[in-house]
Design a binder for this molecule. Structure first.
Ligand code: NAP
Length: 893
């Protein structure tokens, strides 16, 4: 590789440099000989009029570009009013900016001390920690850069020459290794890396510095100058736990990683860990000198007045620029941009890496991205393809959009469909809001994906299961670290309220962790043979290439239930997600790529059931199909799979029932009914669309239920006061309303709802019908929306007869305080899942999930049987007797 680092000679620049040499200290080293006259946006202009694209952003400072007009305007206005006042008096910009930062900072970090630079903020943090704990010790990490003033330099350990001739530095500073999986001496996996680091720390606390002498750990949540190392997701939580155990403060130095670079305001937000003290600088005022120490009131209030100070810190002009900077962050969606562009950058760099042996690792968070170059004798740069891009186009639905375009993932590459066609994914709460442009794939794409899977399968099959587990675990931890962001995206794409979306993501995390553990579980058994000197045993073997076809109602959980176990079993996967939620599906695939899944092992093809799903199912190279969706589609797929003798797991429709007996805790039963009938707007396969209630308590039950439904707020699931979001699309909305009409015609009594709830999105009011009869269509057919029917019955036997009277059998529940009746119902209910005194929803991933009758074909997902759907059994006999032994004949010898 030849690095071009030559700059054109220029008379005018040379003159300036000569003058600089005469009077400016050379100690401040500058990377280029450019003499800059002015800058605008992403461009720098030299004194002799040349224009350069600025890749350095003033070392991570001008994140909004040079001279953002809104920031300039605020600074100019403040200059005219008050430029400097120092400690002589108070001023408004500092107060207002402190309020804004406190509102953004994680946890209870609500008090701010302003300084001028990152190093000065670190000095402040050191002093605050020592002052408040009365302890001298500070533990920092190797590779860290915290600044070059004396205190900060004592913590810095990124380059030896920073310290040359300056020692002795601050005493009682200790350095420990930073978790750096790629260079970890005991193995590159996360757990080995963390064990190495924490064993080191434990030993240090045992042998060199007792914990009671340590004031603080100071850590960069993403290592900056030390190599843009993103630690394993469990690192910060473990460090937090360790700090808490010993009463040691945790300082997050967010000077490099903060202020939006990683896609969150502060990088520690990705980890869920709230530090005690945080340092912030760089782009906080878009180029004016400003930094901050942020801590809890509890801590800050122990720092007595005048115990620390700064003449220029929190200068009014810098603070005014800081306030404007935050306004721009919000208005221009800077965080979202960092997330999206970062994902694009990583994806493109990974493509490049696959063709460039000199790139050892591509890593990063948001736009804080690094590549690690390793020594190679020779290599050539390739030309990359592309992960996703932004473009303005007209979608198939006729909406003009500049939404991001997402691609298929085939053979480890993000590629466009050969069809040249796209479709859009829209927000059901704002039906005209296009969230993304997706590939409308065709048979050629499916063929390419299967081909890639076939190629990848042999290597993946031979990858040890524990190693497969490491990748799946890493994916689960990445999902965990990004839970909030994924939940928000899910709420936007699928509609369920944010809390429920968080639950959906959590299921994926749980499943990832659980499935990863299966890599170290027995994959077979050894059983006694009837003959001497003969062993008999079984092993699980993967099917080969399996198709995972998923619905939209659990866009993260259901794909995880399928893909994680399928991968753990050693299969290669082609994943076709529902066309209503393809972006969440794409995120899951991106995460598995980031976790290190080799190219081709998982392939994503978006597009319709007809053009993608059907072709996938029919292809003879696909040996297994895992399908969740409607009973009609499942039946169609089963016919194809049956004819071709393929392995098939089906999870289909439901018509679930809650039985409420006259001895039940009625308010508890109503709580359960509200959650089961209207949670996820009734669009759960386990939703309770039948409430079978003893006549003696039916009126009270209905009154209570109606009261609760009347209080429910229907709206955008991102709003904190929303109880129920929209249904998924127009067809679903029409279907729910159709059933309202059917219910009325069948003379069920409409108690609540029964109509639309606003036109901005696909909203329907929570709907309750009473006086239901078991043969009504409303009682027999899956509505899949916020509509439920109360069916009165006289006793338990009738309740069970009604409950069992449909073609479905996924989930049922009974509310009773009579143990005998509960056990009787548990035995008699014809469903795959039974709950007692709990609603029909609430499955946990460590138990099998699935239904009987037309809800499936006998397979179960998750739980101890999670691998069954994706493996064959191989039975092996080893005869080491050295002679022919005939089973069933030579048994007496
Ligand atoms: P769906 O219309 O059957 O679609 C499910 C998936 O199958 C989608 O990816 C769909 O693609 C695809 N598909 C449709 N027709 C196909 C075909 N001929 N060949 C191959 N793939 C095809 O179901 P949905 O509306 O997404 O989901 C709701 C249904 O799923 C409800 O009935 C619900 O009860 C059921 N469900 C069951 C469970 C369970 O565990 N039992 C869990 C969740 C949901 P497109 O999106 O492109 O149409």
């Amino acid at each position: 590789m030849k690095l071009v680092k030559e700059f054109p000679d220029s008379g005018s620049q040379e003159e300036w440099l000569a003058r600089e040499r005469a009077h400016l200290s050379q100690v401040l080293y500058r990377y280029t000989p450019l003499v800059i006259d002015r800058a605008q946006g992403s461009y720098l202009f030299t004194v002799d009029g040349r224009r350069y694209l600025d890749f350095a952003s003033g070392i991570g400072v001008t994140n909004l570009g040079h001279g953002h007009p809104q920031v300039l305007k605020a600074a100019h206005e403040q200059l005219d009013k008050l430029m400097h006042i120092s400690v002589v008096a108070h001023h408004q910009p500092a107060i207002e900016l402190a309020e804004r930062i406190a509102a953004l900072a994680p946890g209870k970090l609500d008090k701010v001390f302003f300084a001028n630079s990152g190093a000065e903020a670190v000095e402040g943090a050191i002093k605050l920690a020592r002052y408040t704990t009365g302890r001298p010790g500070l533990i920092a990490f190797q590779g860290a850069f915290h600044g070059r003033t004396y205190g900060a330099l004592s913590l810095t350990a990124s380059k030896g020459y920073y310290r040359e001739r300056y020692e002795p530095l601050l005493p009682a500073v200790y350095h420990v290794p930073y978790p750096y999986p790629y260079r970890n001496p005991t193995g590159a996996d996360d757990s080995a890396t963390l064990d190495y680091v924490f064993n080191f720390i434990d030993e240090m606390l045992d042998t060199r510095v007792p914990p009671k002498n340590v004031a603080a750990f100071i850590v960069e949540p993403v290592l900056g100058e030390g190599g843009y190392v993103v630690p394993p997701p469990a690192f910060m939580p473990r460090l937090r736990t360790l700090s808490d155990r010993h009463g040691i403060l945790l300082i997050a130095d967010e000077v490099q990683s903060g202020y939006g670079r990683t896609g969150k305001m502060f990088a520690c937000e990705h980890t869920g860990v709230v530090p005690d003290i945080m340092t912030v600088a760089k782009s906080i005022a878009s180029g004016l000198p400003l930094s901050a120490v942020v801590a809890t009131s509890k801590l800050m209030d122990q720092w007595e007045p005048a115990a620390h100070g700064s003449t220029f810190g929190g200068n009014p002009v810098s603070c005014a620029a800081g306030i404007a900077t935050l306004d721009v962050f919000k208005r221009e969606h800077v965080l979202e941009n960092a997330t999206d562009k970062g994902a694009q950058l990583i994806s493109r760099l990974r493509e490049l890496q696959r063709r460039t042996p000199a790139i050892g690792e591509v890593r990063g968070l948001g736009l804080m991205v690094g590549i690690e170059l390793v020594k190679q004798d020779h290599f050539e740069w390739g030309v990359s393809g592309g992960g996703s891009m932004s473009q303005t186009m007209t979608s198939e639905r006729g909406q003009k959009t500049d939404a991001k375009t997402y691609k298929n993932y085939i053979g480890g590459h993000w590629v466009e469909s050969k069809s040249g066609k796209t479709f859009t994914s829209n927000n059901p709460a704002h039906k005209n809001q296009v969230l993304g442009v997706m590939q409308a794939s065709n048979a050629d794409d499916v063929n390419a994906a299967i081909e890639a899977a076939v190629k990848a399968f042999p290597h993946w099959r031979h990858t040890p299961a524990p190693a497969r587990g490491e990748i799946v675990l890493k994916a689960a931890l990445i999902i965990e670290a990004r839970k909030d962001e994924l939940a928000r995206l899910m709420t936007q794409e699928m509609g369920k309220v944010l809390k429920e979306a968080g639950g959906d993501v959590q299921e994926a995390i749980d499943m990832g962790k659980y499935a990863a553990g299966l890599g170290r579980h027995p994959h077979g058994e050894t059983v006694p043979s009837e003959l001497r000197n003969k062993w008999a045993m079984t092993v699980r073997v993967p099917l080969g290439v399996v198709a995972c076809i998923t619905p939209w109602n659990f866009p993260m959980a259901i794909p995880s239930w399928k893909i994680f176990p399928a991968l753990m079993a050693g299969n290669a996967v082609v994943f076709k997600p529902a066309s209503d939620t393809p972006i969440v599906a794409t995120k899951l695939v991106e995460i598995l790529e980031e976790a290190g899944l080799p190219g081709g092992v998982l392939n994503l093809v978006t597009g319709s059931g007809k053009d993608v799903g059907d072709v996938l199912v029919k292809d003879p190279r696909v040996q297994g199909i895992s399908f969740t969706g409607s009973t009609d589609a499942g039946r169609h797929i089963a016919e194809i799979a049956g004819r071709n003798l393929k392995r098939l797991g089906l999870e289909l429709g439901g018509k679930n029932a809650i039985v409420v007996l006259d001895d039940a805790d009625l308010p508890l039963a109503v709580d359960g009914a509200v959650w089961a009938a209207f949670g996820t707007s009734g669009q759960r396969c386990t939703a309770a669309s039948r409430l079978i209630v003893d006549k003696k308590v039916a009126k009270d039950f209905i009154d209570l239920l109606q009261e609760r439904a009347a209080k429910m707020k229907v709206g955008d699931g991102l709003q904190p006061d929303t109880d129920m979001g929209p249904v998924i699309n127009e067809a679903a909305l029409k279907k729910v309303h159709e059933y309202t009409e059917i219910g009325k015609k069948e003379h069920a009594r409409l108690v609540h709802g029964g109509d639309f709830a606003g036109s901005e999105g696909w909203f329907y009011r929570p709907t309750i019908f009473a006086d239901g009869q078991k043969d009504m269509r409303m009682a027999q057919e899956e509505i899949f929306g916020p509509s439920t029917l109360v069916l009165p019955v006289s006793n338990l036997e009738e309740a069970l007869e009604v409950a069992n009277s449909t073609q479905y059998g996924l989930s049922m529940s009974i509310y009773t305080n009579d143990l005998r009746k509960a056990f009787h119902a548990m035995g008699e209910m014809q469903s795959g899942i039974v709950y007692v005194n709990a609603p029909t929803i609430g499955a946990e991933i460590q138990l099998p999930f699935g239904g009987v009758k037309n809800t499936g074909n006998g397979h179960r997902e998750a739980g101890t049987v999670a691998l069954d759907e994706f493996t064959e059994w191989k039975t092996i006999y080893v005869d080491y007797s050295g002679r022919l032994q005939r089973a069933q004949i030579d048994t007496g010898e």
